[in-house]
Design a protein around this ligand. Structure first.
Ligand code: 26W
Length: 824
């Protein structure tokens, strides 16, 4: 009987408006007479959410019925950004919503801008996870994301007197995109001890007992695919005290304060995202977060598997779990514990299942980012897991010893336990041993992990266990949503929006690279995007920039290896050059706006100093009458996903200038090129593959190669280290106090002058500046510049996250899409 009442969701403008009004009047309990933009945003979101959840239900039923293999993507970060615009576009009803909102008296852009970013991530790794969810749904893969529902996402950045100030990002006041599942609750245990006992058959068993329990409550976020009804699920766990409101025993015995404290302690687990990017600090609360999230997710996955009543040996045929970096590596140990201690399997039987289930993706080679946990900390928090790790390590080392009986050092090198004081658990090694595939995220990076940090493991497991899956980005958000006019122009020449699902269709654009009319439209769109960014700059910094100037952009987390310091030193060099020019010489120079954006980890002083220097240079340069429009320096506050959507389409050139061998892939490089911007970059990460695809005439590469980095560093330390003469002049200017108190920047200068210049800023400075001069020259020939941009875009098909997800599905997960039936 219920079927005739099943929710359908709107598809016409009239039905959409009816839904919006209904939500304003009933869900929000407001009158349409005082419906402001906040309420309109809420109601429009709820209308779309209703639609999504209907499809979500159907998708889940279809998957349950098909009973095939599912993918679980475990990531501590999902940098989703805004959901409403994305939902409208993926469902294909943005036009309907625009008309409906206009009819109700609202501009759709204003309504979209009401939404708070879901900023549950730091940078590249978190945004990659979000792009993957979009591709998994768009390609109809049965897949779930699992993460943590942080009460506070990445902090908001304010710039006060040139310094970064962190402000908490409390984003959950009103979040229409999540469904609390108060019926999906898992008990998570911490601390306690291990009891050994014999079961009725006399088998030696272990049981983890005592300690404390925290509850994990599920919150589901629907993930709509583009141009398909398939709607997947992102399940985020929130922590809650096990005893409900508070511990009544303590309460009744008069210990009210401590009962509330217990509750707060439980809720602390999912309270805040750790804001470090590429730095491991080994904090106990972080390990608690990891176990809490991993244990809840595995409980859920195992429960779903058990419903199918299959033999345990079929687990890897039904379940593929991807570890997004080492953060979820405890899942390997937890699954082994479940199979061994709770389900009663034998060690070897259990381990065969575990090691076929997991895949591990490495995202960094920076030594300070490789996770290690102290053994005493582990022993206290997760005593049974530590035992299992020791046992995994024992069997692993025994197999290594059998394979390399003559190599006396290898055991110490590959041991999961580092014999330091205190001993440490090496999470990457545990992830490798517990997975059937290990992948890097760009070709160079995948080669580097095989020849450096994981070299011994390639010897042990053979080369086939290690593979590459070059990163990608979703063209739905990063082209269609961020740059609607460009998307429309491309659609008009390639036969509709099909390119958004098969990005190789962009190839069809190449024939327009010399088409006058097409180029004119292309250039107009870029200009309009620059005007939009110039307005944003004006309203946030009060600086006026000329939209005809060359927009040079570097937006990403601030890190010494990404070398924003080299960029700002280059800007100072340019400033000094301009100051030394005659008025005639100045006339020949292409005006430039240098735009920076990005957050520094709160405890990363060097990164904060770089932000300070950029701001101080800006305040000197931007008001120097000698310079005028020739150079402006902008630091954009609080770079995040929704700002990226405005910034990226407005770039002429963007900077991806990491020391060769340090940036695993980079993904914004792909976003910038896809939006018709050229890039200046080093031979690092995915820049190399971008060059191969678009052609070396369409990219500005410079700098030393990864293979030479080690020797150069050695020479800095043991040879004589002479600085680049232009860099010396830049440093002299900083030391004179031209950009404020020189003392504030002494550590930044000192790292290069005195402390070995680890990131080779001086070594690359000359070729960087020379290449920037080539950019100036090239930009003067707008006709050729636009052709380069069009050609580049036409060759970017490879960098779709759809290609990337298909590679994972085929070579790592062994899963097939489950397409909805026609009329479904
Ligand atoms: C334990 C602290 C910590 C936190 C975050 C260590 C490492 C991370 C991330 C792995 C850092 C990260 O986001 N890496 C970036 O991953 C992107 C997606 O693969 C790559 O494109 C970037 O090059 C890489 O820096």
């Amino acid at each position: 009987a219920w079927k005739k009442f099943a929710a359908k969701g709107f598809s016409t403008q009239e039905d959409f408006e009816r839904e919006v009004v209904r939500h304003v009047e009933t869900t929000l309990a407001r009158s349409m007479f005082n419906c402001d933009e906040t309420a309109a945003y809420a109601a429009a979101s709820l209308a779309f959410r209703d639609r999504l959840i209907t499809e979500w239900n159907r998708t889940q039923q279809r998957q349950t019925f098909a009973d095939g293999k599912r993918v679980y993507y475990l990531s501590l970060e999902f940098l989703m950004g805004r959901a409403l615009d994305n939902a409208m576009l993926n469902v294909g009803l943005k036009g309907v919503a625009k008309g409906g909102l206009a009819d109700l008296g609202f501009r759709i852009e204003d309504i979209i801008n009401q939404e708070h970013d879901a900023a549950l991530g730091n940078g590249g790794l978190g945004r990659l996870a979000a792009c993957f969810l979009d591709s998994l749904a768009s390609l109809n893969y049965p897949a779930w994301g699992y993460g943590l529902r942080y009460r506070y996402g990445i902090f908001k950045q304010e710039i006060v007197d040139g310094y970064q100030v962190e402000v908490p990002d409390y984003w959950l006041d009103f979040n229409p995109w999540e469904f609390p599942r108060h019926d999906v609750v898992v008990d998570i245990q911490f601390y306690g001890h291990v009891r050994k006992y014999q079961d009725t058959q006399g088998k030696q068993c272990s049981s983890w007992e005592g300690g404390e329990i925290v509850k994990a409550v599920a919150y589901d976020v629907p993930i709509p695919g583009f141009d398909t009804p398939a709607t997947n699920n992102l399940r985020l766990w929130s922590s809650k005290a096990a005893s409900g409101e508070f511990d009544f025993q303590k309460f009744n015995s008069g210990d009210y304060e401590s009962s509330v404290a217990d509750q707060q302690r439980a809720e602390t687990i999912s309270a805040v995202l750790y804001p470090n990017d590429n730095l491991d600090r080994g904090k106990e609360l972080r390990l608690k977060q990891q176990y809490f999230w991993v244990a809840a997710s595995l409980y859920d996955i195992v429960r779903r598997f058990k419903k199918s009543k299959r033999a345990w040996s079929e687990f890897p045929d039904q379940v593929a779990i991807q570890l997004n970096d080492t953060h979820p590596t405890l899942a390997v140990v937890e699954l082994q514990r479940i199979l061994l201690d709770l389900e009663g399997l034998e060690w070897d039987e259990a381990w065969a299942i575990v090691s076929k289930t997991f895949g591990y993706t490495n995202h960094t080679v920076l030594p300070e980012a490789l996770e290690k946990w102290s053994v005493p900390l582990f022993q206290n928090l997760l005593p049974r897991h530590l035992q299992i790790i020791y046992e995994i390590n024992l069997y692993f080392l025994q197999s290594v010893e059998r394979k390399f009986p003559k190599d006396r050092d290898i055991l110490g090198r590959v041991s999961i336990i580092e014999e330091s004081q205190p001993k440490m658990v090496r999470m990457a090694y545990l992830a490798i041993v517990g997975s059937h595939k290990v992948n890097g995220v760009a070709e160079l990076h995948s080669d580097l992990i095989k020849t450096t940090i994981f070299k011994d493991f390639v010897k042990i497991f053979g080369p086939d266990k290690f593979t590459n899956v070059t990163n990608g980005i979703t063209p739905r958000r990063w082209l269609h949503q961020a740059n609607p006019r460009l998307s429309e122009l491309i659609a008009s020449k390639t036969g509709g929006l099909g390119f958004l699902k098969d990005l190789n269709i962009l190839n069809d654009l190449e024939k327009y690279a010399d088409d006058k009319e097409f180029k004119k439209e292309w250039a107009e769109i870029k200009y309009a995007n620059k005007v939009r960014l110039a307005k944003h700059i004006k309203s946030t910094t009060s600086v006026t920039v000329n939209p005809s100037a060359l927009f040079d952009i570097q937006v990403k987390r601030i890190h010494e290896y990404k070398r924003q310091q080299m960029n700002i030193f280059g800007v100072i060099h340019r400033y000094l050059t301009i100051k030394a020019m005659t008025p005639e010489e100045r006339k020949k120079l292409a005006p430039r706006v240098s735009i920076f954006g990005g957050k520094a980890a709160p405890g990363y002083w060097m990164a904060k100093t770089i932000i300070h220097l950029i701001n101080n240079v800006g305040s000197v340069v931007n008001k120097d009458p000698d310079v005028g429009d020739l150079l402006k320096v902008i630091f954009l506050e609080d770079y995040n996903v929704s700002k990226a959507e405005i910034i990226i389409p407005a770039s002429d050139i963007s900077e991806h200038i990491s020391t060769a061998g340090t940036e695993a892939s980079g993904t914004s490089n792909m976003k910038f090129v896809l939006n018709g911007g050229l890039i200046i970059g080093t031979c690092d990460g995915a820049n190399i593959e971008i060059t191969r695809e678009i052609g070396e005439n369409n990219i500005f590469l410079f700098g030393n190669l990864a293979e030479d980095v080690e020797d150069l560093r050695h020479a800095h330390t043991y040879g004589s280290h002479t600085l680049d003469p232009d860099l010396t002049k830049v440093f002299e200017e900083i030391k004179k106090g031209t950009f404020g108190d020189a003392g504030a920047f002494s550590a930044l200068v000192g790292a290069i002058e005195e402390h070995g210049d680890y990131y080779l800023v001086s070594d690359d400075f000359h070729s960087y500046n020379q290449t920037q001069a080539l950019v100036d020259e090239a930009y003067k020939n707008q006709d050729e510049w636009v052709s380069k941009c069009i050609t580049s875009v036409s060759r970017m098909g490879f960098f779709s996250s759809d290609r990337c997800i298909n590679e994972y599905a085929e070579s790592i997960w062994n899963v097939e899409p489950l397409a909805p039936e026609k009329g479904d």
